[in-house]
Design a protein around this ligand. Sequence first.
Ligand code: SAH
Length: 355
Amino acid sequence: MNSSSKIIELKGLTRERMREFFSSIDEKPFRGDQVFNWIYNHLEFDFDRMLNLPKSLREKLNIYSQLNSLKLETTQNSLSTGTKKYLFNTSDNRKIESVVIPEKNRKTLCISTQVGCPLDCKFCATGVMGYKRNLTTGEIVDQYLLAAKEYGKENITNIVYMGMGEPLINFENTIESLKIFTDELNKGLSRNRITVSTAGIPDKIRMLADSGLRVKLALSLHSCFDERRDIIMPINKKYPLKDVFEACKYYSHKTKTRITFEYTMLKNINDRQEDVEALIRLSRQMPSKVNVIPFNSIKHMNPEGISAELEPTGMSRILEFVDKLRTENVTVMIRDTQGDDISAACGQLAVKSIA
Ligand code: SAH
């Protein structure tokens, strides 16, 4: 390698790619494992402090590579729940958000995969904001690294891909980030505590199933009827429910995991008796559970059109809805409106003045 070579960003390289990088600078591949260990287990981003590397190698790394971080712009704490929202600035001055949600025996990190989102789901604040670009693998994993640094690596127990963006549209970088999180050298994180949430892209769901990563899959369902889902989630026109369900069945079968159906309760849209009945029928089609989510208003985004008309289903109706599902043996839980007071609940992530 000569001095005109490109400087390589090491954050976001899978272990395999890390080993390839070391070979490319005429070093032994196992050095890649050592650096991977420093980054993901010791949360060390300064080559000069990676003391089991020879000094000459550390100098070489400072020339040929870098470990850049997202810049923390602000944080917001929810006093009621302990949920904390992070606003980061990327190197090209885009803004992204992630959230740490403390629960009884765990802390869940909710990460973004894109700046904004192209899907334009009518109930989603990120959708209203528009789409800018995919995040790099480094930017995706960095959200974890920075949260782990603050809370202690062992304390971030779960990762959900439920922040800004559609992970399966940024497919390659999502896969690379999952490879890093589930790497056997990355201590403490396990595939059954990682959930990828998607609006439903059948071929990508199948590819994720075939990847061997076997993480959990959540489908943002919100309606079992195409004509209704078409309206609130325009992507449904391209990938109708029948195809999405077939892909979910494939996923469940191949990975031996249960699919989570996320179901945000929208007044008079998806909270009717026929909606309960359709959910019951669906639940019998594949190993699954339903995650009922109270709708977090997005009025603060001043949305137009259908988005402006959406109202949350009241809590008593939600409880009735859930009871009916439970009576039919559907596994169902109601998601806490964590961090509602700081707009940090899922689907609330949107930077108002986007760079
Ligand atoms: N694009 C992915 C991940 C981001 S959305 C997906 O569609 O799954 C993460 C979850 O939050 C999804 O289930 C989404 O439907 C839900 N959500 C979005 N906006 C919401 C809102 N305003 N209130 C409640 N849930 C919302």
